[in-house]
Design a protein around this ligand. Structure first.
Ligand SMILES: [Zn+2]
Length: 244
């Protein structure tokens, strides 16, 4: 189903869920609403009208984010590690192991002359994964101890629509590989966010209160993170206090 309001078409999808769930997706600020089967089209319409300001504000924000250009993994490109920008320099080698090293503001990638774009991409992803694993190990341990949480399991995955997720009942957290690109304080925000889902599984007032208690500047960090890389902006109906 599609509902058009003020020339903006909203995709509406019915799902076996209990709450309305609204998202704005980059790069084109597509608006998507998931709704429970038991609600009607006019429920959807009045929900959208109630959230119209939120929708417009987030569409604007998504549309002004710089678009990620297609990466070729060749010399001269910019790549980020923990919020710092580096210039990639690809050096073909005919012997020895492939490697990536930071030298000043350069990222020196040594690889075979015949390496393809996909090979270089995979090499960089593995390098990111190693760095992110080190940072996450420290942060997850630190926060589990600080919050008195028993140890959790966690993995790193390339995800398109989320920075992290938490399967509370299995005490398992998943972190997006792209976190390796953003400042460490933003990674810390995601770690605290996912650990807080062990206590509260939605983003409602109880969740927000716990976040404020645990990491008082979390809203600022969330904004900093979303300004850094475009990832869908999501909102649940329960989340009545509008997020940033
Ligand atoms: Zn969450």
């Amino acid at each position: 189903m599609e509902i058009t309001i003020q020339n903006i078409a909203v995709e509406v999808e019915r799902k076996p869920i209990r709450n309305m769930h609204l998202s704005v997706y980059p790069p084109d600020a597509r608006v998507h609403l998931s709704m429970p089967f038991f609600l009607s089209e006019s429920d959807a319409r009045s929900f959208l009208l109630k959230k119209w300001q939120w929708i417009c504000r987030n569409r604007e924000q998504v549309l002004k984010q710089p678009r990620q250009t297609q990466r070729e993994y060749i010399s001269g490109e910019s790549h980020y590690l923990f919020g710092t920008r580096y210039m990639l320099l690809v050096e073909p080698i005919t012997s020895g192991a492939n490697s990536i090293n930071v030298q000043g503001n350069k990222l020196i990638m040594k690889c075979r002359p015949a390496s393809t774009r996909d090979n270089r991409r995979a090499q960089l992803q593995e390098w990111y994964r190693g760095h992110l694993r080190t940072i996450l190990t420290g942060l997850v341990d630190k926060w589990c101890e600080q919050l008195g949480e028993a140890p959790v399991e966690w993995t790193i995955k390339q995800m398109k629509t989320e920075w992290g997720s938490c399967i509370a009942r299995k005490r398992h957290l998943v972190f997006n590989l792209d976190l390796a690109r953003v400042p460490v304080e933003c990674i810390e925000y995601i770690v605290v966010h996912e650990l807080t889902h062990l206590a509260v599984q939605n983003h409602g007032p109880a969740f927000q209160a716990l976040m404020t208690q645990r990491l008082p500047n979390w809203k600022l960090l969330r904004k900093q993170l979303n300004d850094f890389i475009a990832i869908p902006v999501e909102e649940e109906i329960k989340d009545e206090q509008d997020s940033l």
